[in-house]
Design a binder for this molecule. Structure first.
Ligand code: IPE
Ligand code: IPE
Ligand code: MG
Length: 260
């Protein structure tokens, strides 16, 4: 049995404040370029926005925050930028973990970590362990993450788990193997930096998320900008396939038996 309702099998319970916010933090390079600074200065500044966003989630009672830090396609960037991003990741982990722990934040990192330097892998694991007992906010950092990778690794594990199975596989067989099976699906997806694309982020999990795109560059995504996204979210009517009239009549949140 899956831990959380799947948006396509059951209608999740929703509230005015999203339980789970997932963000593509885009626009660091352009922020730096506008100021005639190296791209890396934008990434460094972006870490400050991460800190402020975590604080914002804690203050607003958001339970899950997921941040896309490095995609499986970001290895295509110039080697120097990749290497500086890795160094920044290491530094941020070392500097932030104490603060996260103090604030009751549990850190989790998802993605194919095998491609990272062994020291970085060990640092990730120890930071996760250090905060493992916290549950005020679950902060997930997606690093060397790709939505297609996630679905494929889940399918492979599912098939290996029961190679003799003769009946058709269902969603409930697959979802426990997805790398974010410990979280409900994102209620609100935010992408800063002006592009309107998913860039291979959480492909499965975004099925029914509300998608918010803003031109604000990530280093400038401040509290007011975050509140703008949350206000927009509050005004959405999340129908999950039903009609407005059904919602007004107080439609049940559990689908009738037999729905796939
Ligand atoms: C996002 O900012 C950070 C990462 C992908 C690591 P970008 O570096 O993509 O910034 P732009 O899109 O070039 O402005
Ligand atoms: C998406 O940003 C990945 C992260 C924010 C980590 P990109 O800047 O890499 O996305 P594309 O390449 O423009 O789609
Ligand atoms: Mg970008």
């Amino acid at each position: 049995m899956a831990l959380f309702a799947s948006s396509t099998r059951d209608v999740p319970t929703i509230s005015a404040v999203p339980r789970h916010v997932a963000i593509i933090m885009d626009g660091n390079g352009r922020w730096a370029k506008k100021r005639l600074l190296p791209r890396f200065a934008g990434h460094r500044r972006g870490v400050e926005t991460v800190r402020a966003t975590v604080k914002g989630c804690l203050e607003r009672g958001i339970e899950y925050l997921t941040l896309f830090a490095f995609s499986s396609e970001n290895w295509r960037r110039p080697q120097e930028e990749v290497s500086l991003l890795m160094q920044l990741f290491v530094r941020a982990l070392k500097e932030e973990v104490t603060r996260l722990d103090r604030n009751g934040v549990r850190l989790r990192v998802v993605g194919d970590l095998t491609r990272f330097d062994p020291d970085l892998q060990a640092l990730i694991r120890s930071s996760e362990q250090r905060t493992a007992a916290n549950n005020r906010l679950i902060l997930t950092v997606a690093a060397n993450y790709g939505g297609r990778w996630d679905m494929l690794q889940a399918v492979n594990k599912m098939l290996l788990g029961d190679p003799e199975k003769r009946v058709p596989w269902t969603e409930n067989d697959l979802t426990p193997y997805l790398s974010m099976s410990y979280a409900p699906e994102p209620d609100l997806f935010i992408r800063t930096g002006g592009e309107q694309r998913i860039s291979n982020f959480l492909l499965w999990q975004l099925a029914y998320s509300e998608l918010y795109f803003t031109d604000v560059l990530w280093p400038e995504f401040d509290e007011a900008a975050f509140d703008g996204a949350l206000t927009w979210y509050r005004q959405r009517e999340r129908r999950f396939g039903r009609t407005s009239e059904q919602l007004e009549a107080g439609a049940p949140t559990v689908l009738p038996q037999g729905c796939v």
